[in-house]
Design a protein around this ligand. Sequence first.
Ligand code: FES
Length: 142
Amino acid sequence: MSFNNLDQLYRSVIMDHYKNPRNKGSLETDAVTIDMNNPTCGDRIHLTLKVTDGVVEDAKFDGEGCSISMSSASMMTQIVKGKKVEEALELADIFSKMMMGEEYNDKYDLEDVEALQGVSQFPARIKCATLAWKAMEKGVKE
Ligand code: FES
């Protein structure tokens, strides 16, 4: 696939998550709640996680933000569901390295998350992409 086609594919994956967010909403019972905002723009995420016996059983998010922040939240909830807490933290570390343009461990299938790798070339948008992941890291550590 040529570079342009790949770029086009990634764009459409991002827009699909933005327009049809996965796991949108809020878990009502037995959930860890994390509210976080991006200080540079004020956009915010409300994340709820259900963690049972060291496994992220469920995750939902709500909030207001740009297409990058909201699609990243949608992708993050999709990939961490069913993962162990250590795996979720490892994925957050991988995502952070991806955003910094650094080498990262390729032991996981990153699924749609790969579509965000181009964000690393736009430093002003990195905080948009990492917002949901930072909220998740905070939540699973609680
Ligand atoms: Fe606010 Fe992207 S511009 S999170």
